[in-house]
Ligand binder design. Structure first.
Ligand code: GAL
Length: 671
């Protein structure tokens, strides 16, 4: 397997904001020393520096940044350089109000906060292009600069007249004729027929918010417009001669954008991970965070970067809990285990004022090295040095869970069986966590990605079938793959029009059934299902699909209500493969038992033959070695049968145990 990395070691560091300290050269000098002590080798600069870089329109001050980059480089620290478009200077909004976003209620925002500019505004684009080019001209050949960080956490939408016009242009391109648009959006309903593209307005609570085709296309447009804006930023850098790779930082479970579209345009995926550690069991939090890491990795099937995480507490969650001793290292190595080639923090130094003055940092207001956080950050830096051979290695998965943002947009906007929540994230997580507990690496694929290399593909709640997914799933099963599909799948097409002729659309013969009706349970209401007397009785909630069998075998049946005896789980052979259908939103215990059996039936090979409860296992590989990460997020030491023919590469494995809140890494030669 090819090693794809922007560095031959782990990137270790984080966001650093020296522009807040330019009047304190003593502090800046001290920071350099402390970074070196903590083994920090890379910092991200310039994310929110625009007003310092261009204090007045057309007046550029890049000297301080150049000096900073030179200084860092002289201290062996490299730089990820950001374009500053995430927050604009005050002069820009004052002089050109069109850069300010208009909300869905058609009110234009005042200047303030960040991440809130219009992506269409030609003025904003031009001003961003200019500052990006200045940065690129200055730093294109600087040996310290290894990566461009494009903007910051792109998000949100703007409903200004410029965006409305751009939306109409985008629709014209997509549909060509207004009749085609009317058909796709089913506008004869409530007499909403358009006679011209000029009549289209973005969704608004003041106008149309229930025309699902419009809402869905608006979300697609917002993604397209954001991607276009990002590409314009990248083009500006390239035109000025910058050749370093580019990334942009994503957020956890953010549904305002289809990240897979942005991922196509960048060289490396990165994301900002802020789990709610110590809110519930950390093992569970780790599983949920692992799902996000896996999603980021699968976008390009390549190592990703952990662009931000907190060295300690946050300041914006409801309650700002500290990271308990050991958790910083464990959580950092968790990202690495799932395919990250970096561990980066927000932030290196805590600011004195502003919104984030109490956010955790490697260097806090006290400013010394004798703090718990600084010690643990240093240990983390040392650990990454010890594991340097793992950087750039890949993750290979035999099982995939399908994730689709567009389907989620459509499903969550539709008024249907349950308007109190459909729990898409949870549905995906239930299968994901069960597969992880079986000791498998898992990819989170989206509908357009190839499926051929997997042996097991899970399709939870894929409400919208698009991009020919039916055909690809058919081929996958035909060729011997195992498919697990759940309730509320294949209901609508890519325009959100309901499929005719039976659902899951195009796959009723493959599944050997047809979904006839779907019952919704009230919040808190519980039903049950079982394989029969003496077998476990599982609970289910929210949605119960009532299917008509057309060749599939029922493996379990409902035990409540008028559909007692109806199938709750089915299996059907098709081609060389097998297709399972889970009819209801089952409790996790069901998924755990189901996949345990599935793994042995389908001959999937877990990373470790026996994974003790409470431990998580992940693996990365290069052409010679497999690196097996075993992680314990509980407080107790857990015994682990050591993997055969493996050498301990990292961690405390005394008495054959993985200590509480810690990681061990084994290296195994690949045969
Ligand atoms: C991120 C953001 C950073 C910082 C951080 C605090 O979402 O990109 O700039 O605000 O949160 O946790």
């Amino acid at each position: 397997m090819e090693r794809q990395s922007i560095s031959n070691q782990f990137i270790y560091g984080g966001d650093y904001n020296p522009e807040q300290w330019l009047d304190r050269p003593d502090i800046l000098a001290r920071d350099l020393e402390m970074m070196q002590k903590a083994r920090i080798n890379t910092v991200t600069l310039g994310v929110f520096s625009w007003s310092t870089l261009e204090p007045e329109e057309g007046v550029f001050r890049l000297e301080w940044l150049k000096e900073m980059v030179d200084n860092l480089y002289a201290h062996g620290i490299r730089v990820i350089l950001a374009t500053p478009s995430g927050a604009r200077p005050r002069w820009l909004a004052e002089k050109y109000p069109e850069v300010l976003r208009v909300r869905e209620n058609r009110v234009r925002s005042l200047y303030g906060e960040r991440h809130n500019h219009c992506y269409t505004s030609p003025v904003y684009r031009q001003k961003v292009r200019i500052i990006n080019q200045k940065l690129a001209q200055t730093f294109k050949d600087h040996p310290a600069v290894i990566l461009w960080h494009i903007s910051n956490e792109y998000s949100g939408e703007c409903h200004c007249p410029l965006c409305q016009a751009a939306f109409r242009r985008w629709l014209k391109q997509r549909y060509q004729t207004i009749d085609a648009l009317n058909h796709a959006w089913w506008t004869t309903f409530w007499s909403h027929t358009y006679t011209s593209f000029e009549q289209v307005e973005s969704p608004s609570t003041l106008g149309d918010s229930g025309l699902h085709g419009l809402s869905l296309d608006w979300m697609r447009f917002v993604t397209a417009q954001t991607t276009d804006f990002m590409c314009e930023e990248i083009r500006a850098l390239r035109q000025a001669g910058a050749t370093q790779p580019v990334t942009t930082n994503f957020m956890e479970d953010y549904i305002g954008l289809n990240y897979y579209e942005l991922a196509r345009e960048i060289d490396v995926v990165s994301w900002d991970s802020y789990p709610l550690w110590r809110y519930q069991s950390d093992s569970r939090t780790a599983l949920n965070t692992g799902m996000q890491h896996d999603m980021m990795r699968t976008m390009k099937h390549a190592p990703f970067l952990l662009m931000e995480s907190s060295p300690s507490s946050l300041n914006w969650q409801p309650v700002s809990k500290l990271k308990k001793p050991g958790l910083l290292l464990n959580a950092s190595l968790h990202a690495v285990a799932h395919g990250a080639d970096s561990v980066q923090y927000f932030q290196i130094r805590q600011g004195r004022g502003g919104f984030e003055k109490f956010h955790g940092a490697v260097i806090d207001h006290y400013g010394g090295e004798d703090t718990r956080v600084f010690r643990e950050a240093t240990q983390t830096g040392q650990a990454l040095q010890a594991l340097a051979c793992v950087a750039g290695s890949q993750v290979s998965a035999q099982a995939a869970v399908l994730w689709d943002t567009e389907s989620r947009w459509a499903m969550e906007r539709a008024r249907g069986p349950r308007n109190e929540g459909l729990f898409y994230h949870e549905a995906v997580f239930k299968s994901y966590q069960a597969l992880r507990k079986c000791g498998l690496n898992v990819d989170l694929v989206q509908v357009e990605q190839p499926l051929d290399n997997y042996r097991l593909v899970v399709v939870p709640m894929l409400y919208m079938f698009r991009a020919g997914i039916e055909e690809r799933l058919r081929q996958f099963v035909q060729n011997g793959g195992t498919l697990v599909m759940t309730y509320w799948s294949g209901i609508v097409n890519e325009s959100d029009l309901c499929h005719l002729g039976g659902t899951p659309h195009g796959l009723t013969d493959l599944l050997g059934l047809r979904s006839e009706e779907i019952d919704a349970l009230c919040t808190g209401e519980v039903h049950h299902f079982t394989a029969g007397p003496g077998a476990p009785l599982y609970t289910c909630r929210n949605l119960c699909d009532l299917v008509r069998l057309q060749g599939a075998q029922p493996l379990m049946t409902y035990t409540d209500d008028f559909y007692k005896g109806y199938p709750a789980l089915t299996v059907h052979s098709y081609g060389k493969g097998t297709a399972y259908y889970i009819c209801t939103d089952a409790e996790e215990a069901f998924y755990n038992d189901f996949y345990r059996e599935m793994v042995s039936r389908t001959g999937l090979s877990p990373i470790l033959p026996h994974l003790p409860e409470g431990l998580e296992v992940s693996s990365r590989q290069d052409s010679e070695n497999e690196y097996i990460f075993v992680q314990n997020f509980t407080d107790e030491a857990i015994a682990l049968p050591a993997p055969a023919d493996a050498a301990l590469l990292f961690g405390d494995f005394s008495e054959g145990k993985v200590q509480g809140c810690s990681t061990v890494v084994f290296r195994q030669k690949r045969s």
